[in-house]
Design a protein around this ligand. Structure first.
Ligand code: NAD
Length: 346
């Protein structure tokens, strides 16, 4: 298959590309290279004859048309997005423009291209989204694909809007769409403004480890390589027009997650132990969702996918990766906003 992957210089998109190329797919990586991008993430496949890169912004419809006309993809995996909730609180407009208008442009460019080729049944537009569109859970319950949308941050609202557009393009124009909503990812190449890399990097430097609120927020963590496997499995086997929730079956409170990382570092870098003494509670994020949990029944039974690693195994691999790849993450600390407390505006 020739797959057009948007956002392929980011965290999850790059994992999808590395996996897809290793499986023998041709990939076109379309990315605007925002502050969150790093082409080092795809360095292992960059010289492959199966890999191409297009520096294009999904807000630029004409440029998108040109990419479709040049590369003739069999499928689109649309991951390009502004992805950091804290940044969406400080500056929501980029989220509206990229996540909503950009997705609209992608849908229109894909629809034009697909119609121009006689509407092939086997074309796919796979939209990659988040479980955050469902809002916040209390102590019990899980999100299913039938859970009503209830986004509570500018980020999740913009992703919810993009999901609605994708469904509408499927229903109205017959575009063969697929939709996945995934829980929190972690693993190698995670940009150092997100919780897990922040904890590892600050602990290594002996700096305070900030925990929002009381640390009791629960997330269902999924190792990024498992997410990439799930996405490629849905692309291959998913029913057109259907949505699939993807979860890690690994619900953990933030504070427990941080203690696990600190314990891992105590073993691997005993010099600064015990690292959990660096934990500092800081004011909560406004509108901070309390709990996310995924019911993975549909993807398990219909696609035959389930995660391959537990959060304990995945965290151990991730901590080791950050210890061994300082050359990757250290330059990123100089990027705009990284290392600063964002998203505290009421
Ligand atoms: P990321 O921020 O690491 O990467 C996003 C990529 O999109 C970057 O390479 C960036 O340059 C690119 N991009 C941003 N705006 C663009 C634009 N206007 N035009 C072209 N490219 C642009 O994000 P991620 O964590 O890899 O997330 C990828 C997708 O998966 C997003 O759609 C996100 O909503 C979704 N998702 C993420 C998670 C998670 O835990 N990270 C969970 C579920 C779903």
């Amino acid at each position: 298959m020739k797959i057009l992957v948007t956002g392929g210089a980011g965290f999850i998109g790059s994992a999808v590309i590395r996996k897809a190329v290793s499986l023998g797919h041709e990939v076109v990586n379309l990315d605007a290279l925002t502050y969150a991008a790093n082409l080092e993430n795809v360095a292992t496949v960059a010289r492959s004859p199966f890999y191409r890169f297009e520096k294009v912004d999904i807000r630029d419809r004409l440029a998108l048309d040109s990419v479709f006309a040049t590369h003739h993809p069999d499928a689109v995996m649309h991951l390009a997005a502004e992805s950091h909730v804290d940044r969406s609180i400080d500056g929501p407009s980029d989220f509206i423009e990229t996540n909503i208008t950009g997705t609209f442009n992608m849908l229109e460019a894909a629809r034009t291209y697909w119609a121009g080729r006689g509407k092939p049944d086997n074309f796919r537009f796979h939209h990659i989204s988040t479980d955050e569109v469902y809002g916040s859970l209390d102590e019990t319950g899980q999100f299913t694909e039938d859970t009503g949308y209830d986004p509570r941050s500018p980020y999740s609202a913009s992703k919810a809007a993009s999901d609605h557009l994708v469904r509408a393009w499927g229903e109205t124009y017959g575009l063969p769409v697929l939709l996945t909503n995934c829980s929190n990812n972690y693993g190698p190449y995670h940009f150092p403004e997100k919780l897990i890399p922040v904890v590892i990097i600050r602990a290594l430097s002996g700096e305070s480890i900030p925990i929002y609120g009381d640390g009791g927020n629960v997330r269902d963590w999924l190792y990024v390589e498992d997410h990439a496997d799930a996405l490629l499995a849905v692309l291959e086997k998913g029913a057109v027009g259907r949505a699939y929730n993807i979860g890690g079956e690994n619900e953990v409170k933030n504070i427990d997650l941080v203690h696990t990382i600190c314990a891992e570092l105590d073993t691997l870098r005993p010099g600064g132990a015990p690292h959990n003494q660096l934990i500092t509670f800081v004011p909560d994020r406004p509108g901070h969702d309390r709990r996310y949990a995924i019911d993975p029944e549909r993807i398990r039974t219909e696609i035959g996918w389930r995660p391959s690693v537990t959060v304990k195994e995945g965290l151990a691999m991730t901590v080791r990766w950050y210890l061994n790849n300082e050359d990757w993450w250290r330059p990123l600390l100089a990027r705009q906003g990284v290392g600063k407390r964002l998203g505290v505006k009421p």
